[in-house]
Design a protein around this ligand. Structure first.
Ligand code: HEC
Length: 291
């Protein structure tokens, strides 16, 4: 039996961006599916999300703040360059209070997501409003997340064949967290809802599991932490060298792992810590950032 449901067209650009939509715009940067500026889908041309606990200009302590660093030349997301995407009120606040009109891709800059007194989220161009330069912010950052490049990995590696990023309004709420709202998607292209679900929904996975170590082991070989997992290994995303510059030898690792799997040794071999410029690092940052 076939059931056909007709949905009315939804003009997302007519909706107002939520705070989440603004955070996604600034985390993922410019995207457009398979992208002319990153033809080999390596996660290039992406902003860096950082966590700050001190003002990068004055050094004064401040509340934990997420900032989005666009090194000079990094393409801006559509929400910064098209004036009909954020929604009227969000656009107005981002322009007047946030001064986003002063930002340019050539110069790069630092952005924040803020909420004003009547609850309108907006983007602040902190390079203009606070004098925060990209270099100073990267230097002052407690943590850096390469989640923009990680979303490219998520698409390229086909994680969406098994995982959704879309819990539904059913008992999913209790297990996987709240479903998204339409306004969470302003300017996001492509979205990564997934196809059908063969594995846990990941929209809020970073809230239920924030362990970088667990994610690292699980991506290297899911069977290390979930004995009967059907998830593929992503050890090849580590590249040739680990974080300390040591060569990664997957054949040697496999041999030791097989000895463990067959009961000939007690412990599995250690999983290398991914290098800062590895694709594994980007993917892990993306997943941990799904809050
Ligand atoms: C063949 C299907 C399949 C593919 C492809 C796949 N996964 Fe999985 N994934 C699973 C299954 C099944 C589980 C649950 C068992 C486990 O933890 O391994 C899982 C678990 C996870 C978890 C832990 C979820 C939780 O609720 O704690 C994360 C995170 C994850 N996968 C991320 C990814 C990412 C990122 C990719 C792409 C690089 C990917 N997966 C590709 C099947 C898949």
């Amino acid at each position: 039996m076939f059931v056909t449901i007709f949905l009315p067209g939804i003009d997302i650009s007519a909706r107002s961006s939520t705070k989440i939509a603004l955070e996604k715009q600034l985390t993922y940067g410019w995207e457009s599916g398979f992208n002319y500026y990153d033809p080999f889908l390596q996660g290039k041309d992406k902003p860096i999300m950082v966590v700050l606990t001190k003002d990068p200009r004055t050094g004064a302590a401040m509340d934990k703040t997420d900032a989005y660093v666009f090194p000079a030349g990094t393409h801006f997301p559509d929400g910064l360059t098209h004036d009909n995407i954020l929604g009227e009120k969000v656009q107005a606040a981002s322009t007047t209070k946030g001064r986003i009109g002063e930002a340019s891709e050539a110069a790069g800059g630092v952005f924040l997501v803020r909420v004003d007194a009547d609850d309108t989220p907006y983007i602040e161009y902190a390079t203009a409003t606070r004098g925060w330069t990209t270099d100073a912010v990267l230097k002052a950052a407690d943590q850096q997340f390469l989640a923009g490049g990680g979303k490219t990995m998520f698409i390229r590696e086909g994680c969406w064949w098994c995982h959704t990023l879309l819990p539904e309004e059913t008992q999913d709420w209790q297990t996987f967290g709240r479903p998204p709202m339409t306004g969470d998607f302003n300017g996001e292209s492509p979205t990564t809802f997934g196809s059908d679900r063969k594995a846990p929904d990941l929209l809020h996975v970073g809230s239920r599991n924030s362990s970088r170590e667990w994610m690292t082991m699980h991506f290297f070989n899911p069977r290390l932490v979930q004995p009967h997992s059907i998830m593929p290994r992503y050890d090849y995303l580590w590249g040739n060298k680990d974080k300390d510059g040591n060569k990664i030898d997957l054949h040697a690792w496999d041999k030791e792992y097989m000895a463990y799997a067959e009961g000939d040794s007690v412990y599995p071999p250690e999983v290398p810590v991914p290098a800062d410029d590895s694709e594994a690092r980007m993917l892990i940052d993306f997943v941990l950032n799904l809050k």
